[in-house]
Design a protein around this ligand. Structure first.
Ligand SMILES: NC(=O)c1ccc[n+]([C@@H]2O[C@H](COP(=O)([O-])OP(=O)(O)OC[C@H]3O[C@@H](n4cnc5c(N)ncnc54)[C@H](O)[C@@H]3O)[C@@H](O)[C@H]2O)c1
Length: 381
């Protein structure tokens, strides 16, 4: 498949490296596009455009990867689909769920593939946790808690850029930018809740208008409850994901270590009902699994995108999947703004209307800090 990439920032450059080094079979990079002048020796022999319309007129290009700032994703994805090409969009697929639904409808109408970079789903640890829940090994899930507070960013992270940390540029902060990876894994495992209540703090740690600390509480069917806490202002923070089930209890720490405590010869509910020991606790069998490898990440998503278009695999990263994390992020903001519980199915239109108001009162940064060091490899958690 002949692909083009639009947006040669740090992540776009990483996708170019992955494609040009042959990590994506059956995929050839034929062109790139950036509104800035691009100098990259890996692009020798590739067509370079400064305007997406010119790139889309190129008959060689079959599919396009969008890795531009988040606020451009929706318009550019629609342009690509309207030009008759498949599109893979960086996360978030769009800034609000209503726009993701429109991308999905357009792709279906044009009989093209639209996909989103949900790279954390390739992380073997999250896949293993999902399997433990879906296979019923942990029994009925009672409570979940994910504290993901190690997304620390200093002020310069926002100030070296026009769009980060603004409602106009990304419609949020730690939720839609960093924590989206975790809420995607969360929604991949548990789906969307019935009700959500969240408390976001805006510009608590940084000179930004968007949220940099979030505490959310969710209720699912069968009395399952969940909390999600994230922050880009704390250090060192923690990544602790706990799941309390009727057959076992797991704790995943730092994205590396999965601790399992399985109840022996009983379930928790049976033990609770039947034991005679006033201060007894059910016996557990402990085991642990270590995950030193974070999986294929962006390469895995790119491979699936190409293979699904070539009819070799089912598409795993569809707009319907991209909807889930954006829905949770949108719902957490909506709950804070309206000081109320949010019920699901989510009211996509109500959120889009409120976001339009916030965006109308927001501006991209006109001045950016030039004296900054972009150590991009350290951005991942
Ligand atoms: N999946 C991940 O792990 C991951 C990691 C980092 C960033 N991202 C996402 O990737 C996107 C880009 O992030 P970044 O940090 O590289 O941003 P960036 O601002 O550093 O780079 C974006 C690039 O796009 C170019 N650009 C902007 N508008 C354009 C247009 N209309 N046409 C062509 N080029 C245009 C800019 O000139 C710039 O070179 C964001 O949406 C971000 O959320 C994803």
């Amino acid at each position: 498949m002949k692909v083009a990439l639009v947006g040669m920032g740090p992540i776009g450059s990483m996708h170019v490296d992955n494609i040009t080094s042959g990590k994506i079979p059956d995929c050839e990079l034929v062109a790139v596009c950036d509104t800035r002048k691009i100098e990259n020796p890996k692009l020798e022999g590739k067509k370079i455009y400064s305007d997406i319309d010119a790139l889309l007129a190129d008959k060689d290009v079959e599919s396009v990867i969008i890795s531009t700032p988040s606020f451009t994703h929706f318009d550019l994805a629609c342009k690509v689909l309207n030009a008759g090409k498949n599109v893979l969009v960086e996360k978030p697929m769009a800034l609000c769920t209503a726009d993701i639904l429109k991308i999905d409808a357009l792709a279906k109408e044009k009989k093209l593939t639209a996909a989103v970079m949900l790279n954390q789903r390739t992380n073997p640890m999250y896949a293993r946790i999902r399997q433990l829940v879906k296979d019923g090994e942990l029994g009925k899930i009672n409570r979940v808690s994910w504290n993901m507070t190690n997304w620390y960013r200093p002020d310069v992270y926002y100030k070296c850029n026009t769009w980060r940390g603004t409602f106009k540029g990304e419609a949020g902060g730690v939720l839609i930018n960093q924590g989206i990876h975790n809420i995607d894994a969360f929604a991949w495992i548990f789906g969307l809740p019935q009700t959500l209540r969240a408390w976001c703090k805006f510009g608590k740690y940084h000179d930004i208008e968007v949220e940099d600390e979030v505490s959310a509480f969710m209720e699912y069917s069968e009395n399952m409850t969940a909390t999600f806490i994230t922050s880009s202002g704390e250090h060192p923070g923690t990544n602790r994901f706990e799941i309390s089930g009727d057959k076992g209890y797991i704790v995943a720490e730092d994205g590396k270590l999965l601790k399992k405590y399985m109840f022996k010869d009983t379930t928790l509910s049976d033990y609770t009902k039947n034991t005679k020991y006033v201060f007894g606790t059910p016996e557990t069998e402990y085991s642990q699994e270590e995950f030193s490898d974070k999986g294929l990440q962006h390469v895995g998503v790119l491979r699936n995108f190409v293979n699904s278009i070539n009819g070799k695999e089912e598409l795993l990263y569809s707009p319907a999947q991209g909807y889930l994390s954006v829905c949770l992020a949108n719902a957490m903001l909506l709950s804070t703004w309206t000081n109320s519980d949010i019920k699901f199915p989510f009211n996509d239109a109500a959120y889009a209307a409120l976001l339009a108001e916030k965006t109308a009162n927001s501006k991209l940064r006109t001045e950016t800090v030039k004296d900054c060091i972009m150590d991009f490899g350290k951005s991942f958690r």
